[in-house]
Structures are given as C-alpha cells and as structure tokens.
Design a binder for this molecule. Structure first.
Ligand SMILES: Cc1cc2ncn([C@H]3O[C@H](COP(=O)(O)O)[C@@H](O)[C@H]3O)c2cc1C
Ligand SMILES: O=C(O)c1cccnc1
Length: 351
C-alpha cells in the first residue's frame, strides 16, 4: 500500500460491553422472584443481553433472519455432494416460503430476508430478495484467489449496511443464516487459518459426502491451502471465500455497531463470526451462539471463541435453522430481565 492510499476496509467502531455493569445486572437477576441461579444459562443470556442494551433494556419482539446466499468456485472440484444449481433453487424456495428456514421462522414469528451476495446465476426481481450481488460466485480457490481484496471488502460492507438498515427499521435481534453449496469447504479453510487449527480437523461431511467425496474434498481443500499462506483475516477471506461468509461477518459487525444481539447459527455462520471477531474483537460481546452443529470443525470454532452454544440438537443444515430455534430463548431471557418482579416486592406484597 502506498503512503497515500486508503486501506480497502476500515474496521467499524465497535465498543465492547462495559464489564463494570455486569455485577449490577447480575444482582438484579439474582433478586428476581426465583432462587438465584435457578434459570441456569438463561440467566447468563439475560446478563449478556442486559449488558448489550445498557443503559436501555433488552427487547426481542422484532427478530429478523438474514440469509446470505453465495456460490463457490470450489464446487467445480467436487467438494460438495450437490451442484451449485441447488443454491439458486433453494433461494427460490426461501422466496416461496417453503424451506425449513421459513417453517422455523413462521413457527416463531420471525421475518426472513434473503440476500443475494454472490449467487452464480441471475435472480429475478422479487420483493423479498435483497440484491447485494458482489460477483457471480467465487473463483475456484484451489487454483486462484476466491475473490479480490476489493470484493471481500465490498461484501463485508454490504452485509454491514444490511444489518444496520434492519436495526434502524426496528429489528431487536439479528439471526444469521446462509445458503451456498460448497461453503463448508471455504469455512474449513477460514477456520483452519483463523482459529487456527490443523486443516484436517476442520473438514466435515457438509451437506453429506461419501468416502470418495470426502477424499476429493480433503484433497481440494489441501490444494487450496497450499496455494496461499494467508493468515490475516481479510486476506484469508479473499483467498478462500466465500461471499456469504463475508456478508454474515459484515452483518455481525453491523449488529454489534448498533448494540444489538446477533444469533450465530452453525459451522458456516460461526466461521463468519470468527472472521468478524478477528477483524473487530469487541464484536464477540454481541454474539449469541445458537447451537452445536454436528459438522466436524464446529467445536474448534466454538472453542477458539470461548463460546458455549445454547442448544445441542444434532443439526447440520445451516440456513439459519439453529439460530431461529434459539430466538425464543433470547426473547425469554430478555423478558425475564424486564418483566419478572423482584423477590423483595413479592414478599412485601407489592405485586
Ligand atoms: C437441499 C439443500 C438445502 C440446504 N440448505 C442448507 N444447506 C447447507 O449445505 C450447504 C453446505 O454443504 P456443502 O459444503 O457440503 O455443499 C450450504 O448451502 C448449507 O447452507 C443445504 C444443502 C442442500 C443440498
Ligand atoms: O453447521 C452448519 O451450519 C452446516 C453444516 C453442514 C451443512 N450445512 C451447514
């Protein structure tokens, strides 16, 4: 970079939560009309939400799922059991309201937005589709960088702006999801470099790979890793992708910048959280980890981020399905903090 050029991407100003307020909020939770500690991890969640919104109060009525969709050039090497055409087919299914993400969102009264950040096909104009396309899928990262540094910065900024826009329009909770055939391969590379962790430990079956497919996936990912020794977060993103991982990372930073909780889904969303937190460590305070995915490698990310997920249901779908299932817990924790009487008031007959 020359002395006069601007960096491609400036980390946004994100304030960590104030550790000084923790004891006060914990005392409020302990003083509620219940034995201290009797709500277990919901109390920890309420503390996190209270700290995020301080000096305001946590709210959970308006939750929005952002599903970032993008394609992966690595799919040409056979890393997935499925072709890239499934990405666009699933995007159309979200728009029709017929995917699992829609069912879980409807069951829990959560809005869904679908974002084309890099699907390798032209998509029709649709009222529920946000067009944020950076490029038509990534390049094949086994042979060349998945995207340019400018495109990586652009995808991050787009995700950031979308989350900020949703919060300015009234969202209290951002939940994250993704659709992108091949994205467990990119996520494995991102986690390998940013956790960091041995490459092989980060590779799992994704949407379902047989033994031959796993051998292909491992060989391809190993070839991609050998092509670049990048370890800086933005370089890792540009080298290995993907666009939806960048969009989710940007959205995490957007939610954190507005002091709103952001619910992280499974392996791929967690790879995005790892990226966001390596870019802006204070973003960690705003992340709620929804569930422990069955995908190999997820535990590595959770451990690297010192995260204890709320649920452990053996899910390995993505789309934000685990994040959607965690929204009622986040809402309940917020309500507990704002609505439950103190034991003192109960015993004094004030209720
Ligand atoms: C029909 C279908 C729906 C999905 N919804 C999410 N994924 C999940 O699988 C993909 C990642 O797995 P891999 O890296 O092995 O391709 C992502 O799109 C993820 O969201 C799906 C996968 C399929 C096949
Ligand atoms: O944990 C996930 O998000 C996941 C795992 C496998 C396939 N798709 C998504």
């Amino acid at each position: 970079m020359s002395a006069h050029s601007q960096p491609l991407w400036q980390p946004p100003a994100i304030a960590p939560v104030d550790p000084q307020i923790a004891a006060g909020i914990r005392a409020v939770i302990d003083g509620k009309a219940k034995p201290p500690g009797s709500l277990g991890r919901i109390e920890d969640l309420a503390l996190q939400l209270g700290m995020i919104r301080h000096p305001g109060e946590p709210r959970g009525d308006n939750a929005v799922l952002l599903v970032f969709a993008g394609d992966h050039g690595l799919v040409a090497e056979g890393v997935s059991q499925y072709p890239s055409a499934v990405t666009v087919a699933m995007v159309m299914t979200y728009l029709a309201g017929r995917a699992t993400a829609n069912a879980f969102a409807t069951a829990n009264d959560i809005d869904v937005r679908v974002i084309d950040i890099g699907v390798a096909a032209e998509l029709p104009v649709h009222p529920k589709l946000i067009d944020a396309k950076v490029r038509m899928g990534t390049a094949n990262a086994a042979r060349e960088p998945a995207m340019t540094a400018e495109q990586a910065a652009d995808a991050l900024s787009r995700g950031y702006r979308i989350a900020v826009g949703e919060i300015k329009a009234g969202a209290d909770i951002i939940a994250l999801g993704e659709m992108g055939i091949g994205n467990t391969a990119s996520s494995a590379l991102v986690v390998h470099r940013l956790a960091p962790a041995p490459l092989d430990d980060c590779i799992g079956v994704g949407a379902g790979q047989d033994d031959a497919g796993m051998a292909r996936k491992r060989a391809t990912i190993t070839k991609a890793a050998a092509r670049s020794d990048a370890t800086a977060p933005l370089d890792v993103l540009a080298e290995f992708g993907g666009l939806e991982i960048a969009g989710m990372a940007g959205a995490i930073l957007g939610a954190a910048s507005q002091r709103r909780p952001v619910i992280i889904d499974g392996f791929i969303s967690s790879a995005a959280a790892l990226l966001a937190i390596r870019l802006c460590p204070a973003a960690r305070d705003y992340c709620v980890f929804a569930h422990r995915s069955a995908e190999r490698g997820h535990d590595i990310v959770l451990h690297a981020l010192d995260a204890k997920p709320l649920l452990d249901l053996g899910l390995r779908l993505g789309e934000g399905t685990g994040a959607l299932l965690a929204v009622p817990l986040v809402r309940a924790a917020a309500r507990m903090l704002t609505d439950v009487a103190s034991l003192d008031d109960v015993l004094a007959g004030k209720i």
